[in-house]
Design a binder for this molecule. Structure first.
Ligand SMILES: Cc1cc2nc3c(=O)[nH]c(=O)nc-3n(C[C@H](O)[C@H](O)[C@H](O)COP(=O)(O)OP(=O)(O)OC[C@H]3O[C@@H](n4cnc5c(N)ncnc54)[C@H](O)[C@@H]3O)c2cc1C
Length: 532
């Protein structure tokens, strides 16, 4: 019963008080358990570092991320200075610059930072969404790992040093420019031209999706003139001494896109007119290296950020339903609400556990990621490398998809407030999550790639063995049924030939891959919960 009053006393303060004081790591017993389970002997060090970074990420960095999400703080471009010099300056608010500086000073890619420490820091920081740091972090990681394999020139070694250890306290930021106007999925169809002029390569042509346009360096795919093969290059955004003068390295930023998510980060359309570029790896291995190394790192990161986004969304929704009343009871008392929340929580936990399990396997991979198959490798390592490659793609499609669903569910548990940008950060995370589904390989492209990979590998890696290796510990009945369906699906010759039958097989393949990765994640979660 409620009687009329002209002084409605309702307030959200109790919920806000809780939310403002949540420490992403210290107040999350589940992630602490995950760390303890998966980080091996190092877990105490990882736990310690996580507690330290969480004190920054959960409060100051969270507030900065929220502030820069406001429309009036969006980045914009100044193409010319007052003297008609083309500068293509990306203007970003001071809050973004502070956030970036503090976060990159964590030295994620330094030789002194252990991979587990890097991973947990990323997981905690990603709970704040893109915030103009998530994409640059992953791009920098891909660049570092790629150049580490081919540190062939003084220039590339300098770039590596700048990104890994910093120079005069400044840690460089990397970007990746692959997609062109005619298509992003089909990298072999790139037409950006690379020309050897004197000792240097120079780039000519256009790229159509260039995120982290403010970066210091970018990995760029381009075809050497007259060749059909795509090579990989790294370009400095400014040649030495030119950053202060705002003279870009032979390219213009024609415009920045107006996009749905990751809005604190610019995505530009670029024209190259003689940008100086340094070759990274053999010129005929660009696609293999990009897919095998650079994009694999980014895809791993999508998994981490999906777990992070979902953890935050579920945590906040869970508290809200304990706070909010409807029809005289807490909304969490409604079984419908509880069923949605429980499902979302399970997805969040299994995604997080799966990410750490996959990362553990990834770290144990001899020689790390490589571009394409390595001919003289022993069969066990070859299988392991293949398994990790496929798991990364399975995780990318599954985690990014579930993340958007879970955030939408969480938003719906906030009712109308769920879509209010100034009520919570969930609408922003939802938009960022939708972008995660698309970049670094959209779902269909990865589904088709995996189908092709499994077919090709089946002569040396029996499909049944793949499933058994991937799902060690699963119950026998589930294994048999998945193996049977898997064999049936990959025996279908070609997912590209249009027919009603192929469309039906494609639908089944899509669902199967999702289900298969959920099994892997469920095993990971059981490991954590039972501390197996
Ligand atoms: C916000 C944002 C930022 C981005 N930033 C960058 C960046 O910094 N650098 C960069 O290089 N790229 C970037 N991208 C581009 C992104 O990687 C591409 O959008 C993506 O690779 C898909 O390319 P496309 O958009 O041209 O789609 P298309 O290639 O035209 O694909 C359209 C549809 O067709 C499907 N499709 C394509 N090929 C196949 C196939 N063989 N089988 C089945 N289905 C298929 C796709 O899955 C998709 O559903 C960004 C994208 C977004 C949204």
């Amino acid at each position: 019963m409620s009687l009329p009053t002209r002084n409605n006393p309702y307030t959200f303060n109790e919920f806000l008080e809780w939310r403002n004081n949540v420490d992403y790591y210290a107040d999350d017993p589940f992630i602490q358990k995950v760390v303890k389970h998966y980080c091996g002997d190092e877990w105490q060090k990882v736990d310690e570092e996580a507690r330290a970074v969480s004190k920054k990420a959960s409060f100051k960095w969270r507030n900065l991320a929220d502030t820069i999400a406001c429309p009036e703080k969006r980045p914009y471009m100044t193409h010319y200075d007052g003297h008609h010099n083309r500068i293509d300056r990306i203007v970003r608010p001071m809050e973004t610059q502070i956030l970036e500086k503090e976060i990159f000073s964590e030295a994620f890619f330094s030789n002194q930072t252990s991979p587990w420490v890097k991973l947990i820091k990323m997981f905690i920081i990603y709970q704040n969404g893109e915030a103009c740091v998530s994409c640059p972090m992953t791009c920098t990681e891909g660049m570092v790992e790629m150049i580490k394999k081919y540190p062939d020139t003084p220039e590339t070694r300098h770039i590596l040093q700048h990104c890994q250890e910093g120079i005069d306290g400044e840690f460089a930021i990397g970007a990746q420019y692959l997609s062109e106007i005619q298509g992003g999925s089909d990298v072999p169809a790139n037409v950006l031209e690379a020309v050897q002029e004197g000792d240097n390569w120079k780039l000519y042509g256009t790229k159509f999706f260039c995120s982290a346009t403010h970066a210091d360096y970018a990995m760029v795919t381009a075809k050497p003139v007259g060749s059909e093969e795509v090579g990989l290059f790294v370009i400095p955004s400014w040649l030495p001494g030119n950053k202060e003068k705002e003279i870009r390295n032979g390219y213009t930023i024609d415009r920045i896109k107006w996009k749905m998510g990751t809005s604190e980060l610019t995505t530009g359309e670029l024209t190259f007119n003689g940008a100086v570029a340094y070759q990274v790896g053999p010129l005929n291995r660009g696609v293999a290296n990009v897919a095998g190394v650079v994009l694999s790192y980014s895809r791993l990161t999508v998994g981490i950020s999906a777990g992070a986004f979902m953890s935050r969304a579920v945590r906040e929704a869970k508290k809200y339903v304990e706070f909010r009343d409807a029809f005289g009871v807490k909304t969490g008392q409604f079984p419908l609400v509880m069923s949605q929340l429980q499902k979302a929580e399970k997805l969040a936990k299994q995604t997080t556990a799966g990410t750490f399990k996959l990362y553990r396997d990834f770290l144990s991979l001899e020689g790390g990621l490589k571009g394409g198959l390595v001919a003289d490798e022993n069969i066990e390592t070859r299988k392991k490398r293949f398994e990790i490659r496929e798991l990364i793609m399975l995780q990318k499609i599954t985690a990014s998809w579930d993340s958007t669903d879970v955030i939408r569910t969480a938003m719906s548990l906030f009712g109308g407030h769920g879509v209010m940008e100034d009520f919570s950060s969930l609408p922003r995370l939802y938009r960022d999550s939708a972008v995660n589904e698309l970049w670094e390989g959209p779902r269909n492209v990865l589904l088709i790639q995996m189908h092709r990979d499994f077919q090709r590998a089946s002569s040396w890696y029996a499909p049944a063995d793949f499933i058994a290796d991937m799902l060690q510990g699963a119950d026998q009945e589930a294994l048999s049924s998945l193996t049977k369906e898997f064999i049936d699906l990959i025996s279908y010759p070609n997912l590209l030939q249009m027919s009603d039958e192929t469309i039906a097989v494609c639908e089944q393949w899509d669902q199967f891959c999702h289900k298969l990765y959920h099994c892997y994640q469920s095993l990971a979660l059981a490991e954590v919960e039972n501390q197996i």
